[in-house]
Design a protein around this ligand. Structure first.
Ligand code: HEC
Length: 135
């Protein structure tokens, strides 16, 4: 190999190394999410976070904007156990599983929301993406 070619290869290797470390820095910067700006940080009470998920996960598309029913059944007041069961397993009657998208806390919150409907504590906001949507 000529000297000149070796130099070019070294330069390419160096560029590759720098490129890698630059993207590592960017990745580190992306990890600096704190509880105050994390999209999933709890800002509302359980019913409010449940309402947020009900909208965000498009449950309303089948169950209606306030869970009163549509293509899917009315699920106002559904028990946590039933919410857990259908979210984990789905139903062959037309609802997929949400197993990969919800945590235990999410399920508790969704049940809290469904049980709050019709009470003074019912959240009715639609702008779920806001950090602290008005009730
Ligand atoms: C594609 C339409 C669709 C979407 C989206 C959907 N569901 Fe359903 N859901 C259904 C249908 C249909 C049933 C009735 C299933 C049955 O009778 O077996 C159902 C049943 C339920 C039940 C009743 C379970 C029971 O045993 O009583 C609950 C609670 C429920 N869904 C919650 C949710 C939640 C929470 C979401 C969002 C994460 C959601 N659903 C998204 C269609 C949907």
């Amino acid at each position: 190999m000529t000297m000149q070619r070796t130099l070019i290869l070294n330069a390419l290797a160096l560029a590759a190394t720098l490129g890698t470390s630059a993207s590592c820095v960017a990745a580190d910067a992306g990890l600096s999410i704190t509880s105050s700006n994390a999209p999933h940080a709890q800002m509302l009470d359980a019913a409010g976070e449940g309402r947020r998920l009900f909208l965000k996960l498009n449950c309303y598309g089948c169950h209606g904007m306030y869970a009163g029913g549509g293509m899917g059944p009315n699920i106002v007041n559904a028990e946590r156990n039933d919410v857990n069961e259908v979210l984990m397993r789905g139903s062959f009657r037309g609802m997929r599983s949400y197993r990969d998208f919800v945590t235990d806390t999410d399920i508790t919150n969704i049940a809290a929301y469904l049980q709050s409907i019709g009470t003074p504590n019912e959240p009715t906001f639609k702008d779920w993406w806001k950090k602290n949507p008005p009730k």
